[in-house]
Each structure stands twice: as structure tokens, then as C-alpha cells.
Design a protein around this ligand. Structure first.
Ligand code: NAP
Length: 256
């Protein structure tokens, strides 16, 4: 039995969260976890989740709301429209989870400039733009929490992913700098560095690549989206009220 004090610290009741890339994979699980913890949740995804109906059911069961917005986070005019819709129809955002991310893998010698740019635009620059707008509002309210989805690859690199690794390492620098800037305004900024998690992103691996990956994970298995979203919940909650500027690996020991 969990004590009432701990449950209260973990509860997100009365909070509003925005999750990018919430349509599937880790992001969809984050949406569901935050709904389960009592937050109202808006998510942005290229396309609305095929499981939008289930999300709405879960929200209803928990007495909260969920809304999806179809948008490319790297499309600035479209993001401005979405932010306006959120300001009008959702309200002040207390928790921002910058989770949307893509891969466009290739070895450096063959990597096209467009492959580099697209990954930087989606994984890093979009986070700068969205964080700039929403962190200002959080700072004014002297409360808020930002969680950036980095990667183990941003910590240790990976052959064939120079663009992705640079974007994810960039997120770590952004996280630590913004955490320093906003700590005095009670806005916490942290990052999570997942290892290999079972989603459509890693579903692209062939059997040989998968075997190679498993050999590099001390725990000998891939992680699940739930194992990442639980850490998002911890960081978003008051259990982590004195945690800022940190990068938490969720990787079965890969980055040890
Ligand atoms: P995923 O299964 O490919 O899902 C990505 C989600 O992000 C989808 O909902 C997708 O929307 C959305 N998205 C992608 N590009 C977008 C854009 N430009 N604008 C708006 N939404 C966009 O990926 P995942 O595995 O859940 O990964 C989630 C995050 O964790 C990413 O940042 C990834 O880099 C990071 N990560 C993942 C792993 C892993 O092993 N899976 C490991 C380390 C870090 P659509 O479906 O509509 O395209």
C-alpha cells in the first residue's frame, strides 16, 4: 500500500501536459501514463494516433481530457497555429515533453546534407522553438517542467547515426543550459536517454542488427515504452521536485 503522501507527490491532477510525437511508440505511452496520473494531455503528431479512441476512453475514466493535433513539429507556421489553438482551447501548459524524433541513418561518407538537416530540424531545432515559447509562460508562472527525449546515442554515439547522435547530444546541451537559466524560476528541465526500446523506430532493425544490439545491452533485452514513460512520470511529478538539468539513461545498462 502506497502512502497518501507519496501518492499525492506522484499525482498530476490539475496539471496540463503537452507531448510531441504522442501518436505512437514511446510518446503514445507517455500520453497514456500522464492521463493515468490525472493530467489533461494534448499531443502533437504528424498524424493523429490510430488509438485516439482508447486514449479518450482512458481520459474519461480518469476524469481528464486528451486532445490530438496533427502537425509537423518542424513546420514553424503550423506550430504557431497549434500553439494558438492550445492557448485558446487547452490552457496554460505545466508539463512539456519534447518526444518527437526521427532517424535518417547512413554512414557519414554517404550522408546527404538533407538527411543531416531533416534530423536536426525535427529532433533539435523544433525543441528550441517550442521550449522558447512555453518556457517563457512557465517562467512567468514560476512553475513548470520540461522533459526532453534524448538517446543513449547522444551519450556514446553510434556508427551510421552521426545526424541523430548530434541532434540527441544537442538536446542534452540544451537541457542543461535551459535548466540553469530557469532553475531560479522554479522551472525544471531534464532529459531522458533511452537505449533500445521496442517501437516502430527500432522495428526497422533486421535480425542481424537486432542481435548486434542485444549484445551491447548488459541487461540482455530491449526496453518497453512503459519503462521510459514511468521515468517521464517521475520527472514530471513532485517526487522529482529537486531534480533539474539531469539526463537519466533508461537503457538496460548500455551507457555504463
Ligand atoms: P516512433 O515509434 O517512430 O514514434 C515517433 C512519434 O513521433 C510518432 O507519433 C510520430 O508521428 C511522431 N513524429 C515524428 N516526427 C514528427 C514530426 N516531425 N512532427 C510531429 N510528430 C512527429 O518513435 P519512438 O521510438 O517512440 O521514439 C520516440 C522518441 O524517443 C524519439 O525522440 C526517439 O528519438 C527517442 N528514442 C527512441 C528510442 C527507441 O529505441 N525507440 C531510443 C532512444 C531514443 P507519426 O506517427 O504521425 O509520424
Amino acid at each position: 500500500m502506497i502512502s497518501e503522501a507519496i501518492s499525492n507527490l506522484l499525482s498530476l491532477r490539475g496539471k496540463k501536459a503537452l507531448v510531441t510525437g504522442g501518436g505512437r511508440g514511446i510518446g503514445k505511452d507517455i500520453v497514456n501514463t500522464l492521463l493515468g496520473a490525472g493530467a489533461d494531455v494534448a499531443y502533437i503528431s504528424n498524424s493523429l494516433s490510430p488509438e485516439q479512441g482508447e486514449m479518450e476512453q482512458l481520459a474519461q475514466q480518469n476524469g481528464v481530457t486528451v486532445q490530438g493535433h496533427a502537425a509537423n513539429v518542424a513546420d514553424r507556421p503550423r506550430m504557431e497555429e497549434v500553439l494558438k489553438q492550445l492557448a485558446d482551447g487547452f490552457g496554460h501548459i505545466d508539463i512539456l515533453v519534447n518526444n518527437a524524433g526521427i532517424t535518417r541513418d547512413g554512414l557519414l561518407f554517404g550522408m546527404k546534407p538533407e538527411q543531416w538537416q531533416e534530423v536536426i530540424d525535427v529532433n533539435l531545432s523544433s525543441v528550441f522553438h517550442l521550449t522558447k515559447v512555453l518556457s517563457r509562460q512557465m517562467a512567468l508562472k514560476k512553475s513548470g517542467c520540461i522533459i526532453n527525449m534524448s538517446s543513449v546515442v547522444g551519450l556514446i554515439g553510434n556508427a551510421g547515426q552521426a545526424n541523430y547522435a548530434a541532434s540527441k547530444a544537442g538536446l542534452i546541451g540544451l537541457t542543461k543550459s535551459v535548466a540553469r537559466e530557469l532553475a531560479g524560476r522554479s522551472v525544471r528541465v531534464n532529459a531522458i536517454a533511452p537505449g533500445f526500446i521496442e517501437t516502430t523506430m527500432t522495428g526497422k532493425l533486421n535480425d542481424k542488427q537486432r542481435e548486434g544490439v542485444l549484445g551491447r545491452i548488459p541487461m540482455g533485452r530491449m526496453g518497453s515504452p512503459e519503462e521510459v514513460s514511468r521515468i517521464v512520470l517521475f520527472l514530471a511529478s513532485d517526487l522529482a521536485s529537486y531534480v533539474t538539468g539531469q539526463v537519466i539513461p533508461v537503457d538496460g545498462g548500455m551507457a555504463i
